[in-house]
Design a protein around this ligand. Structure first.
Ligand SMILES: [Zn+2]
Ligand SMILES: [Zn+2]
Length: 297
């Protein structure tokens, strides 16, 4: 039987949509303040993209479920994408299998180096030797197919970002989700690579750190504005866009206004912590359904 006939579940759950730094305070409650972490529920498998501060709550949630196995893919090693990793509860559970996938970057060429780089004194009082789970360390290509034994496919593409970033795309049951959290548009070859990579995706989470007015002051910082991401997604034939990697100072009122403006250009949402998108049978949830669905697992 083909994977497309067998697929039973393809949920995309946001546990953190903030970029750069976590945010706190009542002006951030609606969209949440945790940094990048997305859980994919693919039939009975759990795949997690990035280990920002959102992965801490996810870890607590996961250990209350059955699977005891998780594949964690790290897009790149910037702090907002790994800061929650040392506090991911399954790493400390002997009955859990954790497979850590990473493409490697300068200074951290593989998964072990990633762990050794910052999970150690003096930044933390322990090392990865304290992890009691069954830990497997694997490499993902910068541009190609991830060799994972699963009824879904994961592909990668290089993104234009300081130090490099890896775009991730998951195809399952004839549906697809693209995750390109940090990239800077170049109006050139890297935009073309991105467009090809996300082409036809049912859902894409793309960098929307800046407003169009802000971005000129931040050339070379490695991020996009929401309007450029809308244009790239629309021209790539993406079905629905999730504006992602919100600037830490971006308050809910601003994000609501951005989402409204973006919605005039293509189907889009400003991703909220707690969003659960059912790619096989449904779409974006609304209101209180968001967080409840995420917590239900
Ligand atoms: Zn980031
Ligand atoms: Zn980054």
């Amino acid at each position: 039987m083909k994977a497309s006939e067998a697929a039973q579940r393809f949920d995309v759950v946001s546990w953190g949509a903030r970029g750069t730094l976590p945010s706190t305070g009542e002006d951030f409650n609606l969209h949440g303040g945790a940094t990048c972490c997305v859980e994919l529920r693919l039939d009975d498998r759990i795949v997690v993209l990035d280990a920002g501060s959102g992965i801490v709550d996810l870890g607590q949630n996961l250990v209350r479920r059955d699977p005891c196995s998780v594949d964690l893919l790290i897009s790149h090693a910037h702090l907002d994408h790994v800061i929650g990793l040392p506090f991911f509860e399954p790493l400390f559970r002997p009955d859990w299998q954790v497979t850590l996938w990473f493409a490697g970057v300068e200074g951290a060429p593989d998964s072990q180096a990633l762990l050794d780089t910052f999970i150690r004194p003096p930044t933390l009082p322990f090392t990865s030797a304290e992890f009691t789970c069954q830990l497997a360390l694997r490499q993902i290509p910068r541009n190609g197919q991830v060799e994972i034994d699963a009824p879904f496919q994961i592909s990668t593409a290089p993104l234009n970002h300081p130090g490099g970033n890896t775009g991730l795309r998951i195809d399952h049951g004839g549906r697809s989700f693209a995750y390109c959290s940090d990239y800077e548009p170049d109006d050139g070859p890297s935009d073309a690579t991105l467009r090809t990579f996300i082409a036809g995706a049912d859902l894409a989470f793309l960098d929307s750190t800046y407003t169009p007015d802000e971005r000129p002051a931040y050339r070379g910082f490695g991020h996009a504005d929401w309007l450029t991401s809308c244009n790239i997604a629309r021209s790539a034939g993406v079905g629905s866009l999730g504006l992602f990697h919100h600037a830490p100072q971006r308050q809910d009122a601003e994000l609501l206004a951005i989402a409204k403006a973006a919605g005039a250009t293509m189907p889009s949402h400003a991703v909220r912590q707690g969003d659960c998108v059912d790619l096989l049978t449904g779409g974006w949830p609304s209101g209180r359904e968001r967080l409840r669905k995420a917590q239900d697992g």
